[in-house]
Design a protein around this ligand. Structure first.
Ligand code: FAD
Length: 492
């Protein structure tokens, strides 16, 4: 006879989000089970943290008594308590604008460089998460709390009401799960999207980008290249190799995310329309073609070797119409995908986990649960639209670095204000992702793409920069969009 598990909540997908959700639900007294299709360690994207993501990770770890997880929220404690888990300091966000067939040209006024510090020192620095090890560690932590975990398991839904009946198959050994509630943490795997045939959102996403990426060894120090180009490194608020580096070029950008195991995650994010001509080519050929156009980027990657095959995606943006029902919910990465710019994914995922934990704690086995989940879903929907408008505007701004530097201030001001709000002892519960509940600010984000489309001449660009300063004014607690900073922002 096959084994049968009766639990409160089944969580499908054991990425960092599934494992963390399982641990938190177990801490609030529910009985979760965690089911994963693959086997850890496995490759995953989502490797650069942010101050918001780390703050939230730390707050969740403290609130739900997960001290080992709390150490992962800052570089110093991470290195002391988990020296074997690969990571890197992410002291800030660094952007450099490249032009085809020209070496990168640093200038005294840093006109095509933008560095925004996120942490004042290594000890409190944000981190890069080497997801194969990071996710394997979290799932092992979940197991130490006694949470049943099954990897390499295919799951089929036999029944979803009044309770879930799941038929699972692990290596030919079938078992069943009966539970009251289901959390879809399967990310792009789309477990419930497929099972319940959830239609795509009626409001299509406006960002249109795709990705080409790999894990590489042999990536050269960007700082060393800058030094040879006589960049004014003394002005920088942090050593730029200790950050997530973004190389911006016509119609796209590249992320460079180093780890201390010698591996560097590198990926191109490409505007669909701009790079349509090479879409059908193999991933590595696209990478070669683009880096060959930009001599300084080429120098950084002259001697690299991919440790796994290059991969490419179709258009990344997806969003479902419904992300909850009376007895199920999709975590953010199962509900939507947008773009890697500003590394917003993990922070938003952690916020989704926090909301779900609050909702289940307050409404478990009550009639009010369905309404509470619907409210959370509506908040998520509005945040997705906000994020989409922000990223779309940034893509439109790539044509001029001044426009991009100005537009990016919407992100930095919104993220920073949200961090400040969360750090207050009287934490406001209505503070949304990237401060998107501040209505005049949110309206400006939705307007930004249209406004910058009208900015070409010097006077128009100045006008746009002034408009951005006004747009962020209600939440600009970090002195962003200040011309006297010359694109270099020390820790606010
Ligand atoms: C190109 C790109 C770059 C990104 N870069 C960043 C970044 O730098 N920083 C950032 O914050 N965010 C980034 N993101 C977003 C980030 O990937 C997500 O926020 C993060 O991975 C969410 O974690 P997760 O655990 O929810 O999902 P995932 O990491 O996708 O994990 C889902 C898990 O579910 C499993 N699964 C799938 N289907 C099934 C099934 N049917 N049954 C059982 N298990 C299943 C999978 O095997 C996987 O282990 C990026 C996204 C993309 C697309």
């Amino acid at each position: 006879m096959q084994e049968s598990y009766r639990v409160d909540v089944a969580i499908i997908g054991a990425g960092f989000a599934g494992s963390l959700t399982a641990m938190i639900l177990s801490r609030i007294g529910l009985r979760p089970i965690l089911v994963e299709r693959e086997r850890h360690p496995r490759f995953a994207l989502g490797e650069a943290s942010t101050p918001f993501a780390n703050l939230l990770l730390r707050q969740l770890a403290c609130r739900y008594d997960l001290p080992d997880i709390s150490d992962l929220a800052k570089y110093g404690p991470w290195k002391r308590s988990h020296p074997d888990l690969p990571t890197w300091r992410k002291r800030g966000f660094s952007f450099f604008r490249h032009h085809a067939e020209q070496r990168f040209r640093p200038t005294a006024d840093h006109g095509e460089e933008l560095l925004v510090a996120a942490s004042p020192d290594d000890e409190s620095s944000d981190t890069h998460w080497y997801r194969p090890s990071f996710d394997a560690y979290l799932v092992a932590q979940a197991a130490t709390l006694g949470i049943p975990y099954f990897d390499q398991t295919e799951t089929t839904v036999l029944q979803d009401r009044p309770e879930w009946l799941l038929q699972c198959d692990r290596d030919g050994k079938p078992f069943e799960i009966r539970c009251r509630f289901l959390v879809d943490a399967s990310g792009p795997g789309g477990f419930l999207t497929q099972t319940l045939r959830l239609p795509p959102s009626l409001e299509p996403m406006e960002t249109s980008s795709r990705s080409v990426y790999a894990h590489l060894i042999g990536v050269r120090s960007w700082e060393a290249i800058l030094r040879r180009l006589d960049a004014h490194l003394v002005d920088y608020p942090y050593p730029c190799d200790h950050s997530t580096i973004h190389h911006i070029f016509d119609g796209g950008w590249m992320w460079v995310i180093p780890f201390d195991n010698g591996v560097t995650s590198v990926g191109l994010m490409l505007d669909m329309e701009h790079w349509k001509g090479i879409e059908g080519q193999p991933a590595e050929d696209q990478w070669q073609k683009i880096t060959r156009c930009y001599p300084s980027m080429l120098e950084q990657f002259a001697q690299v070797e991919a440790i796994e095959p290059w991969r490419k995606t179709p258009r990344l943006q997806r969003c479902v119409d419904r992300c909850c029902g009376p007895n199920w919910v999709l975590l953010p990465h199962a509900a939507y995908a947008l773009d890697a710019l500003f590394s917003i994914g993990n922070g938003h995922t952690l916020l989704g986990i926090e909301r779900l934990a609050n909702t289940l704690e307050a409404h478990w086995k009550r009639d009010s649960l369905a309404d509470a989940l619907r409210l959370d879903a509506e908040t998520l929907r509005q945040e997705i639209q906000f994020n989409d408008a922000l990223i779309r505007a940034c893509y439109r701004s790539f044509r001029s670095f001044r426009l991009f530097a100005a537009t990016s201030m919407l992100y930095f001001a919104g993220a920073h204000a949200a961090e400040i709000a969360r750090s207050r002892p009287d934490r406001p519960t209505v503070w949304r992702f990237l401060s998107s509940q501040v209505q005049p600010f949110a309206n400006a984000v939705h307007e930004a793409a249209r406004c910058l489309d009208a900015a070409y001449e010097e006077a128009e660009i100045r006008e746009y920069e002034a408009w951005i300063r006004k747009a962020i004014a209600p939440i600009n607690f970090g002195g962003f969009a200040d011309p006297s900073k010359h694109n270099l922002y020390a820790c606010a």
